[in-house]
Design a protein around this ligand. Structure first.
Ligand code: DAT
Ligand code: MG
Length: 239
């Protein structure tokens, strides 16, 4: 446990320098709020962190939740972890299209992202209007299939999601597979579960800018949930 904490502390130092360089106070304050909640789970389990890892100011958020010397340093530990993730994690927009929903593939698709180690931070079921679909696919408006594509996307429920994780934009596209399922590798979502390009069951953002724009189009900022998954320390630790 102690070596793990040392590693966490050094990763947190990197994250802190990133954070101060970018002056991104939004992530920082979200990290504090989540760490305060997470401290409830850890309180009493890491008492030896008191002198080594407590740091000035880090316990402020936890005081309204907890009192006592044990909980405060535990909050410092989870604060550092949260800072690391806030600084490093990217997000992507993923949607299960009406064909995936109608074919009963929601849990199959979600489980592929979940088992990989990515974290779900927003999800909803929605029937988009055709105008909304046109906004979503605006970069394809010159293509001959544009109208049919937008008709299709707005024809039934879509599962709209935001997934978070290191490299999730690029790797999400790998999990999804090539646009044309005839060319998608076996093992990918489209390769395993779809046959033709017009019914390829899933959408994923194709780059950081698209991800940002699509998340903004489909979700309000307050729909995105910041939390620490119990799996994170097992998914992200290095040796
Ligand atoms: P992707 O969904 O892999 O990002 P894209 O952005 O090029 O692919 O196209 C968006 C969707 O449009 C795609 O998932 C399915 C549909 N589409 C693409 N090419 C098509 C084609 N040649 N005929 C019919 N539909 C097509
Ligand atoms: Mg695309």
């Amino acid at each position: 446990m102690s070596s793990q904490i040392v590693r966490s502390a050094s990763r947190a130092a990197t994250a802190r320098s990133l954070l101060s360089a970018s002056k991104n106070s939004r992530f920082y304050s979200e990290g504090r709020a989540v760490s305060a909640a997470a401290a409830v789970t850890f309180s009493g389990k890491l008492p030896y962190l008191v002198s080594s890892f407590g740091r000035a100011g880090s316990s402020t958020a936890s005081r309204s939740w907890l009192s006592g010397a044990i909980a405060i340093p535990a909050a410092a530990y989870t604060l550092q972890e949260q800072e690391v993730h806030a600084a490093e994690m990217e997000r992507t927009f993923i949607a299960i299209k009406p064909d995936g929903v109608q074919r009963g593939l929601i849990s199959e698709i979600i489980s592929r992202f979940e088992r990989k180690g990515f974290k779900l931070v927003a999800i909803k079921i929605v029937v988009p209007s055709k105008e909304f679909a046109q906004k979503h696919y605006h970069d394809l408006k010159e293509r001959p299939f544009f109208n049919g594509l937008c008709e299709f996307l707005s024809s039934g429920p879509v599962i709209a999601m935001v997934w978070e994780g290191e490299g999730v934009i690029t790797y999400g596209r790998k999990l999804i597979g090539a646009t044309d399922p005839q060319k998608s590798e076996p093992g990918t979502i489209r390769g395993d579960l779809a046959v033709v390009v017009g019914r390829n069951i899933i959408h994923g953002s194709d780059g950081p800018e698209t991800a940002k724009d699509e998340i903004k189009l489909w979700f309000k900022p307050e729909d995105l949930v910041n939390y620490t998954s119990n799996a994170e320390k097992w998914v992200y630790e290095s040796n």
